[in-house]
Design a protein around this ligand. Structure first.
Ligand code: PMP
Length: 625
């Protein structure tokens, strides 16, 4: 390359290496420049815009080119890391190969967090650039979707209410989270992307167990879907491979598996298996347990049958409370008693010797992440077995390494179930469920009637399930759950007893707080903030009274300091405020005063630090002081 190329001289000023030349799309060069220009920069969003701006002063990029830039930049950082690994393998002594790896890794994480929707929105300000996505604004409860082409072609704003849209086609029984629900348009790992361009750190969705849209899981599903999808009436390799891998996670006595498509279907099947085996339909369940949405599962779920709209406890069900230290008796609190009888270790009705099936969530999620008493669990299981009954562990919420210290939460109690129900995390969002049981129980079900599930155990599900198990191992996710969970428990416990204040809504909701359903947890935000800010409303002190759970399955219980009553308003207010800060959490427990935490398992220590900092400032900062 001579000076002539630039200013007419013939001195050599550079060399173009045509050996590195490849044919590619023009936009790739923008992506490569961006990847290096942004690396190590905290203001990478501005850099992104400036570079695109500058480029477009000479060459206009098309809408399609702009729309793929985000992913091309990410691809370049991936390429940097892959190439570094390859070169280092070939030439281990050369440290230079690693020069960009840390930067690329950090940027990739920041990039995922920055989110494609948000980045696209930034690009709308680029000179001459098209608007790629549309912001959603809430005006008096009506979301205003600004047309993507509005500024370009002068088209007016489109009025649209996604909440109204929801209930045009669905019953109000299908609820939404948060007073101002979020319109979600994407997700990656532990982050979710709102249509308004915000990134939310997902602290509550345990279904995308190994991370939202994990590439290995997506690829496994896509690959198998393109090859073969059929059912268990045929022989195919992935079914056996998956069954073998899944059963290897259980003790030898649990050696048979049935595949279905949800936790509810697993509960339903477990009921049939139990009845075929015990020839009884008497059940013991834990207080506040939830086992699914089928008729049989609702009948075993005090969380449903004992609350709003529920039909009450069925005759054949006995409720147990095996929590180690039940809270203060309700009469001390001037509260209606929590639904269900008080703790009752009596398993048999007077004089009765009948076998019963004991259904137990290994940590009771809807009760507020209640870890059970090891002694009571062992005693109960012994008693149940002594009278010919069986113990069914519901691991739908707690399985697959979530509790950190063990792969299955029932292992926390040193008991081995006769049957285990699986669901949610099994397929990372792909609908999967299973019942794992003993040989004897499986035999009792061989009555001549076929068991068939059209979709349970199909090859696509099996490949996805296998990939989930592999990712848990490859990425050390159980160990991560232990590390991050232990850290969070330690930090949260240091807050125990520290007091804060919130305006009381007592006058608005009456002097008694009723146990509330999940939907009621999301009280009116404007009322809440008015309550928090008003000088005229009496302020109620509250504090963290207990930190419950294990690993990445935790509950933070809040109570009013003076009365010991559940601090439902504070918990609800904090969850809504945390959403505004970009953290997704929820409340649960009989009084919705337990803040629930059960994120994807890739939730990092850094995420935990961010969560703690925001929680602390919500607990103790600003108006709460
Ligand atoms: N068991 C437990 C403990 C659950 O939490 C749930 C769902 N929340 C179920 C069973 C039912 O699972 P699904 O919603 O997949 O039917």
């Amino acid at each position: 390359m001579t000076e002539q190329s630039f200013c007419g001289g013939d001195r050599i000023v550079g060399i173009i290496d045509f050996g590195d030349m490849v044919w590619g799309a023009r936009v790739h060069e923008v992506a490569i420049v961006l990847a290096y220009a942004m690396m190590g920069r905290d203001d990478f969003r501005e850099v992104y815009q400036e570079v695109i701006d500058g480029y477009q002063e000479v060459i206009r990029l098309s809408d399609i080119e702009l729309s793929v830039l985000y992913y091309l930049v990410a691809a370049r950082w991936c390429q940097t890391m892959v190439m570094a690994a390859r070169q280092t393998k070939a030439n281990p002594g050369n440290a230079y190969h690693q020069i960009s790896v840390e930067g690329a890794q950090t940027m990739l994480h920041e990039w995922v967090k920055a989110n494609p929707v948000g980045i696209d929105m930034d690009v709308k300000n680029v000179k001459g650039g098209a608007i790629l996505r549309s912001p959603v604004k809430d005006v008096n409860g009506v979301a205003v979707l600004r047309s993507p082409v509005e500024d370009v072609k002068g088209v007016g704003a489109i009025l649209w209410s996604p909440v109204e849209e929801r209930y045009r086609y669905f019953s109000r029984a299908v609820s939404l989270s948060y007073k101002e629900p979020i319109q979600m348009v994407g997700a990656a790992m532990q982050y979710m992307y709102g249509a308004e361009g915000r990134t939310y750190l997902d602290c509550v969705n345990n279904i995308p167990h190994v991370g939202h849209c994990h590439p290995k899981i997506v690829e496994a599903g896509q690959r198998q879907m393109a090859r073969l999808n059929t059912n268990t009436r045929y022989l195919y390799n992935s079914l056996d491979r998956y069954a073998e891998k899944l059963l290897s996670k259980f003790p030898p006595s649990l050696n048979k598996v049935f595949f279905v498509n949800s936790g509810s279907a697993a509960t339903d099947l477990a009921v049939r298996l139990a009845e075929a085996h015990t020839r009884q339909c008497e059940y013991l369940v834990l207080d506040y347990a939830y086992h699914g949405n089928t008729k049989a599962a609702i009948g075993l779920s005090p969380y449903k049958f004992n609350r709003k709209g529920g039909g009450g406890k069925p005759e054949n069900v006995t409720i147990l409370n095996l929590a180690p230290a039940p809270g203060p008796p309700p009469d001390l609190l001037d509260l209606p008693p929590a639904p269900g009888p008080p703790p009752d270790p009596l398993l048999r009705k007077e004089g009765e010797k009948s076998p019963r099936t004991f259904f137990a969530e290994s940590i009771v999620g809807c009760a507020g992440q209640i870890v059970l008493s090891k002694e009571l669990m062992q005693q109960t299981v012994k008693e149940v077995r002594g009278s010919g009954g069986i113990y069914v562990a519901d691991e739908v919420q707690t399985g697959f390494g979530r509790v950190g210290h063990k792969f299955w939460a029932y292992e926390l109690y040193d008991v081995v179930p006769d049957m285990v129900i699986l669901g949610k995390p099994m397929g990372n969002g792909h609908p999967m469920g299973a019942v794992v049981c003993t040989e004897k129980i499986a035999r009792s079900f061989e009555t001549g009637m076929e068991f068939f599930s059209s979709f349970g155990g199909n090859p696509v599900s099996c490949e996805i399930g296998l990939a989930v198990l592999e990712v848990i191992e490859e990425e050390g996710l159980q160990e991560n759950a232990k590390l991050v969970g232990d850290y969070l428990i330690g930090e949260l416990k240091s807050l125990l007893g520290e007091q804060s204040a919130i305006g009381s809504r007592q006058s608005a909701i009456g002097s008694r707080q009723e146990p509330v359903g999940n939907r009621d947890a999301f009280l009116d935000l404007s009322t809440l903030s008015a309550v928090r800010n008003s000088r005229h409303v009496s302020r109620v002190m509250y504090h963290v009274s207990e930190v419950k759970g294990s690993g990445l399955f935790l509950g933070i219980e809040l109570v009013e300091t003076e009365t010991g009553k559940p601090a439902t308003v504070a918990a609800t207010s904090i969850v809504n405020a945390m959403k505004e800060r970009g953290f997704l959490l929820s409340t649960d427990g009989p009084y919705n005063n337990v803040i629930k935490f059960k994120p994807p398992m890739c939730f990092s220590l850094k995420n935990a630090e961010e969560l703690l900092a925001s929680l602390k400032s919500e607990f103790f900062g600003g108006n709460n002081k």
